[in-house]
Design a protein around this ligand. Structure first.
Ligand code: ADP
Length: 465
């Protein structure tokens, strides 16, 4: 393709400098964010609605120990697919004897249909999968097949095996489910089919990730998802949850923070404010909009569009494509940041193919700097959020967190695939904790733990023991 050599890279430099300045995350700012996260967690635990963070009770208070035995199923509904999985658990020595899984796309029309239609479809997919149980799997006589149900929509949990759908999100608009117990919806569909299975645990995907990681490692205390969106959960002491009335006063439970709604002390720019204003949920999920995969590409697109319009960063390129919201994805930023060639050929082709603009090497260099600025801010703020959670846990239990090995289980496409983001996140954690405490905190990728985690929670909450 033809390269435009007339782009005015020199006059763009002040805009980049300004962006860098506005997005900077020096240690005092990160410390303030971590402190505010810890304070918001505390406020959300004190009273219902007491903070940006909902601090939802998961009712999961028995985590997998490794001793679980038997055949368990998991069902995961959270996006465009639903996934089913079965696992044969053999206890401490044998661990996972066998697993099998399947994935079924949800037909578009069911996302806009009735509750019965959607749950009938899911139950029949589950029935088909359950039919093909090979001889590696054994169900003890006299027991039902038990399911861990990962349901990644906002739910008001009422027990480990029931919860009321608050509202559909992520493009689902199914009539008749909001306000109902989603486990009852699934049970009724299974009954209509004559499928004799039982939901033993209803779990959020972060909670599933924590359980899946904990099965292999007793020191896992926190789980964080960084994918399209973001969320985190952690192990809390029951006596540190004032809003939990008539509870047993000992033991611990998992709290789903819904931390995407956090909003304090973040270094935001005009680009963030404009993106938020144009979003379907203005004023909400501000932390999520600053650190998660759905938004990083869009923030960069807005910056580049301004640089193109105000300073001709891409010469006289036509800006129609670059003006389209969400054309630039976070995977594109990631691909551009991996280009180490002198003239940034890959950056040039991505800009041309994805955003329809022509660029010379100095413009491409600026583009990479913009990507790095937004990704660095996101990764470092995510790190500060993690330290906020650890700090809250430490304040309530001196020495139990930083005085020994503590593992944070990470999952999600952004964390998994973006090496620079991962590095910035872990640098921020180390800066905040200092070398001594940082030595004890292990941030670990837990791949696809959430599916098997749900099956493990079904086992840990089985009615047959
Ligand atoms: P979800 O969060 O939608 O359940 P994932 O955890 O797989 O699913 O995350 C998908 C998200 O991860 C994408 O929306 C994208 O933002 C991000 N992502 C995927 N691949 C990459 C990549 N190569 N580089 C950076 N981000 C990526």
């Amino acid at each position: 393709f033809r390269m435009s050599v007339r782009s005015a890279a020199v006059s763009v430099t002040p805009l980049v400098t300004e962006l860098r300045k506005d997005c900077t995350t020096p240690l005092p700012l990160l410390r303030h964010v971590a402190d505010a996260m810890a304070a918001d967690m505390r406020a959300g635990l004190a009273v219902e609605g007491g903070s940006d963070l909902k601090m939802i009770l998961s009712y999961v208070d028995s985590l997998p120990t490794g001793n679980e035995k038997g055949l368990f199923y998991a069902l995961d509904l959270g996006g465009t697919n639903f996934r089913v999985l079965r696992v044969q658990l053999g206890g401490k020595e044998e661990r996972v004897i066998a697993t099998e899984f399947d994935q079924v796309p949800i037909p578009k029309d069911l996302m806009f249909g009735t509750s019965e239609e959607l749950f009938d479809f899911i139950a029949s997919g589950l029935a088909q999968f359950a039919q093909n149980e090979g001889n590696k799997f054994h169900l003890p006589t006299g027991t039902k097949r038990e399911i861990g149900f990962t349901f990644s929509f906002p739910v008001k949990q009422t027990a480990v095996d029931s919860g009321i759908l608050i509202k559909w999100t992520k493009g689902f608009s199914v009539s008749g489910t909001a306000g109902r117990d989603v486990v009852a919806c699934l049970n009724e569909a299974m009954e209509r089919l004559g499928l004799d299975m039982r939901v033993s645990a209803l779990v959020n995907d972060t909670v599933g990730t924590l359980a899946g990681a904990r099965y292999w490692d007793d020191d896992v205390m926190v789980a964080v998802i960084l994918g399209t969106g973001t969320n985190a959960c952690y192990v809390e002491r029951v006596d540190a949850i004032p809003k939990l009335q008539d509870h047993a006063s000992s033991g611990s439970t998992i709290i789903n923070t819904e931390w995407g709604a956090f909003s304090k002390g973040l270094p935001l720019t005009e680009f963030d404010r404009d993106m938020d204003a144009a979003s379907i949920n203005p004023g909400e999920q501000i932390f999520e909009k600053t650190i998660s995969g759905m938004y990083l590409g869009e923030i960069v697109r807005r910056v580049l569009l301004k640089m193109a319009e105000a300073d001709a960063l891409f010469g006289d390129s036509i800006l129609e494509k670059l003006s389209t919201p969400f054309v630039l994805g976070t995977p594109d930023l990631c691909a551009m940041q991996q280009d180490t060639s002198d003239d940034l050929q890959d950056v040039g082709s991505i800009l041309y193919n994805v955003a329809g603009v022509e660029s010379n090497p100095s413009a491409r260099k600026i583009v990479v700097e913009v990507c790095d600025t937004i990704v660095k801010r996101g990764g470092r703020l995510a790190g500060a959020g993690i330290v906020g959670i650890l700090q809250k846990m430490e304040e309530d239990s001196k020495g139990v967190i930083f005085g020994k090995r503590t593992v944070v289980a990470m999952d999600g496409g952004l964390y998994e695939n973006y090496p620079q983001y991962r590095t910035y996140l872990s640098e921020a954690v180390t800066e905040l904790l200092g070398d001594d405490s940082a030595k004890n905190v292990v941030i670990e990728h837990s791949k696809d733990g959430s599916g098997i985690g749900a099956a493990l929670l079904a086992a840990a909450n089985s009615k047959y023991h």
